[in-house]
Design a protein around this ligand. Structure first.
Ligand code: GLU
Length: 525
């Protein structure tokens, strides 16, 4: 994992120093995801003319070393930090190297070459970068990094130059160029593009890696769930706004709660204070000749449930420590309204709203297959005995990537349960696609409302564990197990013979949050 952050201020004056700090702060919020180097790009002048090439700063090591190197360079070049921009598009990145050692030349933004015509920040891996690189080298491009990413800005420049050859088609839009680039990319990516040919615009797109858009209206009211539409473009809506792209919600919540979870294949274009979203169809685009014009789509903003306090450590030294101690609360929230205490004539039971219409199908399935990666897989491993015991249905487990490598059998009669804290885990998502194609009933267990797994499964359960920042999972893991136990109870709910056993488990679940967490020294002695 690694991170993308971008910031575009529109019709509101912001000084260069402020813009840089917003970018740094965004990167700090994404730090927990792990990285080995970081970088940013900002404009060199507020005149918004395409002749000025944007500035790029990249450094290996932590954000602090990037910050230091930026301010050192600013001092050396006497760049004016007080210069004000009424509109400005800045991009930032934390890199976790997949191709090329951590070094400034391999950091992002990666560039199309001298002049920084196109700059790209990328999370993911371009699997066909070698053939693209060979082609671009033949076209005269010189590569400066060992990354897979560098083909992306260079391809963008190639497309731009080609379409403008001989004075050519000046009307080619930034999104058309990006779509043409996407057409040639294989692998997984979240990308944000910046270009001096399209000053003050940004384009984001994704396939596999997560990316969100945050929108902050600075005056007036924007009703919840307001729609973006391509037709907003010509209106040149002058209302001051701030836009943010981020790999996750942690970096957005302090700015705005109005977000859009970008879907695979969507191309989000920020221009003149408006957002337009185009849907890129890989299969159609593959066979297209010339620049394609995909359909625009309307999407509603959703409101983040996260609070700023959740992303602060509070009195704890580490996020993980904080999250260990939040377990009683997260378990309570996970079970709230779902475990029914019963009464004089009424048995204790479980109510899972997201699953209830599908329980019959699940009971009739030939097997229940849990599919996940890492912690989520382990949560399923821990919950399997209770699931088998109460459901009476055989339960098997699959590591998502292994299932895909083997193209393991998944049948229409299967219930496939996809477990992922973020709901965006790439391998789990691919396995979901595979199971959907094979006709299985697909159930999601995620901690992220609106995530790709939550959206694309037939039904599911949200674990309600709150935001987890520590890389080693604690409260999300325990909440996942509790959700699976509740799922076992719900599936077995029609069996009279196991009623007392189920009631005992429900009692145990009710007691769980009050079982205190022992301080480490007490456990060790
Ligand atoms: N594959 C790219 C690289 O190695 C991006 C890695 C990342 O996701 O940070 O530069």
């Amino acid at each position: 994992m690694c991170g993308i952050f971008a910031y575009l201020n529109y019709n509101v004056n912001k000084e260069r120093r402020y813009i840089i700090e917003v970018l740094f702060n965004g990167l700090r919020r994404l730090e927990y995801r792990g990285y080995d180097s970081a970088g940013i790009s900002i404009d060199s002048s507020s005149s918004s003319s395409s002749s000025e090439s944007p500035l790029v700063f990249r450094q290996e090591g932590n954000i602090d070393s990037l910050v230091r190197s930026v301010y050192e360079e600013v001092a050396e070049t006497e760049l004016n930090l007080e210069e004000s921009f009424s509109v400005h598009a800045g991009i930032a990145h934390t890199r976790w190297a997949t191709h090329g050692e951590p070094a400034p030349r391999n950091g992002h933004p990666q560039s199309s070459g001298v002049g920084n015509d196109f700059l790209v920040v990328h999370n993911g891996v371009v699997t066909n970068f070698e053939v693209l690189k060979e082609t671009l080298v033949r076209q005269g491009f010189t590569f400066e990094s060992e990354t897979d990413t560098e083909v992306i800005p260079k391809l963008a420049k190639y497309v731009f130059d080609k379409t403008n050859e001989g004075g050519g088609d000046q009307t080619v839009t930034f999104s058309q160029i990006v779509i043409e680039v996407m057409r040639h990319l294989e692998g997984a990516y979240a990308l944000v593009f910046k270009s001096r040919h399209y000053p003050n615009e940004l384009i984001a797109c994704k396939r596999g890696s997560p990316l969100l858009l945050g929108v902050k209206e600075l005056t007036g009211n924007m009703s919840n769930g307001s729609l973006f539409h391509q037709t907003e473009f010509p209106t040149k809506n002058g209302q001051p706004k701030e836009f943010f792209f981020s790999s996750d919600a942690h970096a957005l919540v302090e700015h705005t709660k109005k977000v859009l979870v970008i879907e695979d294949g969507e191309v989000v274009h920020l221009k003149e204070g408006a957002v337009s979203i185009l849907k890129f169809d890989y299969d159609k685009a593959k066979n297209a000749v010339g620049l394609t014009r995909p359909a625009s789509v309307q999407r509603a903003l959703s409101i983040l449930e996260m609070e700023v306090e959740q992303i602060n450590k509070g009195t704890y030294e580490h996020y993980m420590q904080k999250e260990i101690h939040e377990q009683p609360e997260s378990l309570k929230t996970t079970m709230r309204g779902r475990l029914i205490r019963g009464g004089f004539h009424k048995a204790k039971s479980v109510l899972l709203g997201g699953l209830k219409d599908h329980l019959k199908t699940i009971r009739r399935s030939r097997r229940i297959v849990f599919i996940g990666c890492g912690t989520s897989y382990n949560a399923a491993l821990a919950a399997r005995p209770i699931l088998e015991e109460l459901s009476g249905v055989p339960v098997t487990l699959e590591i998502a990537s292994d299932l895909l490598d083997r193209q393991g059998p998944i049948y229409r009669e299967d219930t496939a349960v996809f477990v992922s804290q973020s709901g965006e885990t790439a391998d789990t998502l691919h396995a979901l696609q595979y199971a959907l194609e094979n006709g299985a009933l697909c159930v999601g267990i995620t901690n992220t409302v609106g995530s790709a797994i939550a959206r694309n499964t037939h039904c599911g359960i949200h674990i309600n564990a709150g935001c987890e920042i520590g890389v080693a999972s604690t409260k999300a893991y325990t909440s996942q197990i509790v959700v699976m136990a509740m799922m076992a109870l719900a599936i077995g709910d029609d069996t009279i013979s196991s009623l007392s056993r189920r009631e005992a488990i429900i009692d145990g679940l009710f007691d769980l949050p009050s079982i205190s967490i022992l301080p480490l020294d007490k456990i060790c002695h």
